[in-house]
Design a protein around this ligand. Structure first.
Ligand SMILES: Cc1cc2nc3c(=O)[nH]c(=O)nc-3n(C[C@H](O)[C@H](O)[C@H](O)COP(=O)(O)O)c2cc1C
Length: 198
């Protein structure tokens, strides 16, 4: 294994460069108005109970709507939807109907009032369970109540095809979208090679 010590440059406290998933968060208000918003500060944060966290600036329409109806859906954005997702991260639903502009299809969810994005390969239905204040941001913790995964991602032998998801990666520091490179190792397995005698 080639491990090389790297010379570093201090950047101070900032939010640069960590690779993040690109997601579209769907929400709905009590009047039934639906909205889509791009969020990269999103991830699964617990297995028991299955929990997802998203971090929203309190000025977002999405934040208002989630507080009203107590639910949201996190939709994984594939590479093919980079332009649509970027749009949903620039304009607010207060000014534009982002589903109309992007042409994305909203599909009813099973357990929550917020809809799924039909073109996204993975949709995670969440019920809001807690909100944590972080300055201007609010960490919204959602219990995962259902997940929809694209049929084409399931191989006949029961394995999963990552290529079918083709997730879009966001690099915040340089404001660029990238795709995944390729498979490099197997988790919970290849690390064991470092143990003595293996
Ligand atoms: C790639 C990308 C990622 C973003 N991630 C977040 C995020 O995690 N949290 C957040 O509050 N805003 C994030 N934004 C900004 C919001 O998507 C943007 O302010 C949006 O217009 C809010 O929409 P809304 O007012 O309709 O809810 C992101 C924008 C982009 C382009």
């Amino acid at each position: 294994m080639a491990c090389i010590m790297m010379k570093k440059r201090k950047l101070g406290p900032c939010v640069t460069f960590f690779p993040q998933p690109t997601t579209l968060v769907t929400s709905v208000d009590t009047a039934g108005k639906v909205n889509l918003m791009t969020a990269s500060w999103a991830g699964i944060v617990s297995k028991t109970p299955p929990t997802m966290a998203i971090s929203l600036n309190r000025s977002r329409l999405t934040y208002e709507q989630i507080r009203q109806t107590g639910c949201f859906v996190v939709n994984m954005v594939p590479v093919s939807l980079a332009v649509a997702a970027d749009f949903c991260g620039i304009r607010s639903g207060r000014d534009r109907d982002k589903a109309v502009v992007t042409g994305l299809t909203l599909v009813p969810a099973e357990q929550v009032a917020a809809p799924l994005v039909g073109e996204c390969p993975l949709n995670v239905e969440c019920r809001l369970v807690r909100e944590v204040e972080l300055g201007d941001y609010r960490l919204m913790l959602g219990e995962i109540v259902q997940i929809h995964a694209a049929e084409q991602a399931f191989a006949e032998d029961g394995g999963m095809s990552v290529a079918a998801f083709d997730p879009l990666v966001y690099l915040g520091g340089i404001r660029e979208y990238w795709s995944l490179g390729g498979h490099v190792a197997d988790a919970y397995r290849d690390g064991l090679r470092l143990e003595d005698g293996k």
